[in-house]
Write a protein that binds this ligand. Structure first.
Ligand code: ZN
Length: 314
């Protein structure tokens, strides 16, 4: 007779809990005295874990020696300048390779630094970073010798869910297959795929409503000198430690995609008067914006997005 793994797990869990279930509330104290109490410390159990906590204390000491109010400040405000979307690879620690401190970078990492529209993890982090934290910069960082990118060009099933994940990188290869197939050296082909994957993930960011709304809002606002968020494609080389910006003319890419992916656009500059500016305040936060009383009566007013007509692609 076959017993499923789940059934076995249930049986062993039941066995583990049986003694506890037999203990009544009245004799809980005596039961507790017989049970060894695990101290909330790993000291001596696992040297490598001990090292983590010792390092942490040393880090606290260093920070406080330099600035006694360091943690007072760190604990009171969360206002990072960057959203980092990088690979989970252990050799690519965002803050460390950029020489930035705690509090400077809002970090999201996954296998091969992917930005997938159906991934709630990346989309939620993006929404929070752009609308709540208002990060002015988003960095998508790939890296050479990326295991995820290497796996994506193997003709074998890595089995779900990893294989599903890797398929999005296979799609990047398909989009650029003529360029990639022309590169004879396998290592150089891998490095170029890493770069193209970063560029495609940046383009995926431009496709999102949350980025488009914020860029339109900041483009229109006098408060911002540049359109935000800025999106940067970079590649890290673990063999040299160098973080290289990719020279990408996103305008070139995006110009070809407007007809398909534009969700927001200002159709006519002259139509955007002060009342409209007021109406769009808060759009990037996902809020229903305040509707000015003198709003153009000819505009078809949607209850949630009063200025939809000006923003939605026609
Ligand atoms: Zn990687």
């Amino acid at each position: 007779m076959r017993i499923s793994l789940l059934a076995l797990t249930s049986l062993s869990l039941a066995a583990a809990f049986t003694p506890r279930l037999s203990v009544s509330r009245t004799n809980t104290a005596s039961f507790a005295t017989r049970m060894p109490v695990e101290k909330p410390s790993y000291k001596g159990i696992d040297k490598s874990i001990d090292e983590v906590f010792e390092n942490n204390q040393a880090w606290i000491d260093r920070k406080e020696a330099k600035d006694p109010n360091y943690f007072g400040a760190l604990g009171s405000v969360h206002k990072p300048k960057y959203l980092w979307i990088g690979c989970s690879d252990a050799r690519v620690p965002a803050n460390e390779i950029m020489g930035l401190d705690a509090g400077d970078v809002f970090v999201l990492r996954n296998v091969a630094n992917m930005v997938t529209g159906t991934d709630f993890n990346v989309m939620s982090a993006l929404q929070y970073a752009v609308t709540a934290l208002e990060v002015p910069h988003i960095i998508v960082c790939g890296h050479y010798d990326c295991g995820g990118v290497r796996a994506s060009i193997e003709n074998r099933d890595h089995t779900p869910p990893l294989e599903n994940w890797l398929r999005s990188i296979r799609d990047v290869y398909r989009l650029h297959s003529s360029e990639l197939n022309a590169i004879k050296d396998p290592e150089q082909r891998h490095r170029r795929l890493v770069e193209l994957n970063v560029i495609e993930q940046c383009i995926n960011l431009f496709k999102t409503g949350v980025v488009q709304r914020k860029r339109v809002e900041t483009f229109r606002s006098d408060e911002f000198s540049i359109t935000q968020p800025r999106i940067h494609a970079v590649v890290f080389d673990p063999a040299t430690g160098k973080l290289n910006p990719l020279k990408v003319d996103f305008r070139h890419y995006i110009d070809e995609l407007h007809d398909i992916y534009d969700l927001y656009a200002v159709e006519d500059e002259t139509k955007v008067d002060e009342a409209n500016r007021e109406a769009i305040k808060g759009l990037s936060k996902g809020e229903a914006p305040h509707l000015p009383s003198d709003i153009d009566a000819d505009v078809e007013v949607d209850k949630r997005w009063p200025k939809w007509k000006f923003w939605k692609k026609t």
